[in-house]
Design a binder for this molecule. Structure first.
Ligand code: FAD
Length: 566
């Protein structure tokens, strides 16, 4: 392949790569700038995605390790945990974003505004599509020596028709649209010409999905209606306002412990937030949502909620670029994410060149390894067999390491039921072996959270940095391979996730699940301040930290901004 020297602004169209697109050389030799010249000789590291994973990598890199290019459609990074607060004006969205160009400048890297559309693994090229202000799209290749895929996940549609009528909550644009819609609904409901029926519909807020995002959004909407509407919209009656959560499982916040889920349900019942459990949304229309409930006899009944606002937040689906990567590799069978090994290397891709982290990646074998460790810890009888009940008790320990272990353990139990146990209730090792291979193919090992993406990103950033300095130190020795690179194992141990707990805001109160009942708690003003201080300390920069603090103070003194045109 001829790699042409072309900066991103004036690309010389050239053939090359499989699609006859120009190949851009982003870093140029600059004889007047020795530092830039030194960097231009380094391997090219491309980070695709500007979220928790991508930024985690970027923040750990040392200046001069690589030529670094970040590709993403948005030129900022976003603090997602506070998006529900921003959507109702408790904090400003501008306080949650930090410029990507500023973060990239630290390592003298480049940023390309565009989306990765495809990858050519054998020629090491990323196909990028970049939209210009006039709507035209530039298409070109960016070459890489190493690439980190951190494009996150899409919202799962579950095949439900009519989702175009629902809001989503993922981007700055989503936040602005939601905020405008809530205020427009309140103003329209307060008009003297609005009928009673229409007013009730406009004031009906429906959240589909009872996970942390859905629950926090319901709690924030309730806060606005409760705290601001009574004061500033005297025409609107509390009894005309309704907030609904439609959840497919038998509890909300079902990745938290049962006690915490129940606490949140009681709090919502007290606040008169309508929680509908075991319900499946079947269709969404412009002004209503339809769902089915299963009766005890197993029959299905259909229900309708007229709605002025609908949010869809029901789990994750695969990002199209991540899907393209998987389609090119034979052993990528997962339906939602790219399978990586415990060094975050994409399984099946050329060794040491392609990594994936965050919501678009799933680490293979982590749970399986944990189960194998656990079997080692179990007592055995003289025939090497393990007591089934002891194994079940021991497996409860996995809950701490794997926050989703509740559903994992249920799956393990279901699989257990199908294996023959003899009258002493023991499993032999052959049965365990086939049990584990079944588990390993079924279980997604880590949850899709900022905590996981950030830890994976930091781990990978540190490792890439170590690889860069080891490569220089050991060049000329046999440890460095023909491609001038080293194996990851030489500089780093495998990634291991440290679960620091889960938290969620439930309306002037918060819940914390730190993995064991003694450490978990819910409710009270202290929990609210703890929730705030954790998110405050996790901000990406001191600038956003200061802005978020100012927003909380402003809201405490003057309330939220209720303007609808923003
Ligand atoms: P993302 O953060 O989603 O970033 C991926 C980025 O890649 C996106 O910004 C996107 O623009 C970009 N991108 C997409 N496609 C392409 C492409 N083709 N080319 C280039 N770039 C692309 N987690 C918690 O742990 N705690 C919380 O309290 C919490 N609250 C949340 C609240 C909300 C409202 C949401 C939406 C999520 C929340 N999460 C929370 C989950 C958390 O935000 C995600 O798990 C985390 O963002 C995943 O990080 P990531 O880097 O994998 O992906």
């Amino acid at each position: 392949i001829d790699r042409v020297n072309a900066n991103p602004i004036s690309m010389a169209p050239q053939t090359g790569g499989k699609k006859n697109l120009p190949i851009t050389q982003i870093f140029m030799d600059d004889e007047e700038d020795p530092e830039a010249q030194a960097i231009s000789e380094k391997p090219h590291l491309v980070i695709i995605g500007n979220g928790w994973g991508g930024i985690g990598v970027l923040k750990e890199l040392e200046h001069g390790d690589y030529k670094v290019t970040v590709i993403s459609p948005a030129n900022h990074t976003l603090f997602t945990p506070l998006l529900p607060s921003a959507a109702v004006g408790t904090v400003e969205i501008r306080s949650l974003v930090e410029s990507l160009r500023k973060l990239v400048a630290r390592v003298r890297g480049h940023y390309i505004s565009g989306a990765a559309a495809d990858i050519d693994l054998s020629n090491r090229l990323i196909e990028v599509h970049s939209k210009r202000p006039d709507g035209s799209v530039d298409q070109f290749y960016v070459p890489y020596d190493k690439v980190v895929i951190a494009v996150g996940a899409n919202t799962a549609s579950h095949g439900v028709p009519g989702l175009e009528h629902c809001f989503q909550l993922k981007t700055v644009g989503d936040v602005l649209r939601i905020r405008r819609s809530i205020m427009q609904n309140l103003e329209a409901a307060a008009l003297p010409t609005t009928s009673d029926q229409e007013r009730k519909r406009l004031l009906s807020f429906v959240i589909c999905g009872g996970g942390p995002t859905g629950i926090e959004m319901a709690a924030e909407i309730f806060d606005v209606l409760n705290e601001e509407v009574g004061k500033y919209f005297p025409k609107l009656l509390r009894k005309e306002i309704s907030v609904h959560v439609i959840q497919s499982r038998d509890h909300i916040l079902n990745t938290f412990s049962e006690k915490i889920s129940e606490y949140a349900e009681k709090k919502f019942a007290k606040d008169e937030i309508n929680v509908v459990l075991n319900a499946r949304v079947s269709r969404v229309e412009k002004d209503k949502i339809l769902y089915t409930l299963k009766t005890e006899k197993g029959d299905k009944t259909e229900h309708v909620i007229p709605a002025g606002f609908m949010l869809w937040s029901t789990g994750l689906g695969m990002n199209p670029f991540a899907k393209r990567v998987c389609e090119q590799l034979p052993n990528q069978f997962h339906s939602k994410a790219i399978i990586v090994d415990s060094h975050m290397r994409v399984k099946g891709a050329p060794q040491g060149t392609v990594y994936a982290i965050g919501d678009n990646a799933t680490v293979d074998n982590n749970l399986l390894d944990a189960l194998l460790d656990l079997v080692d810890d179990c007592d055995r009888d003289q025939d090497g067999r393990i007591d089934f009940e002891e194994f079940e008790i021991m497996s409860q320990k996995l809950r701490h390491r794997f926050p989703l272990a509740k559903s994992h353990l249920q799956k393990i139990k279901n699989i257990f039921q199908r294996y023959d146990k003899d009258k002493d209730n023991v499993l032999d090792l052959n049965e365990l072996a086939s049990l584990f291979s079944e588990i390993s193919s079924k279980i997604v090992s880590l949850p899709a959270t900022a905590q996981v993406a950030s830890q994976e990103g930091k781990y990978l950033g540190k490792k890439l940095s170590k690889l860069a300095s080891a490569r220089e130190r050991l060049s000329g020795t046999e440890i460095v391979n023909q491609a001038g690179d080293l194996d990851d194992e030489i500089v780093s141990v495998p990634f291991s996730y440290r679960h620091l707990g889960s938290l969620a805001y439930i309306g002037n109160s918060a819940v914390f699940d730190f993995g064991s009942p003694e450490l978990s708690f819910a409710g009270g003003l202290i929990s609210l301040y703890l929730w705030r201080s954790i998110y405050w300390s996790e901000q990406v920069s001191n600038r956003t930290r200061a802005l978020v603090m100012i927003d909380w103070i402003k809201r405490g003194i003057w309330g939220r901004d209720l303007s609808k045109d923003r």
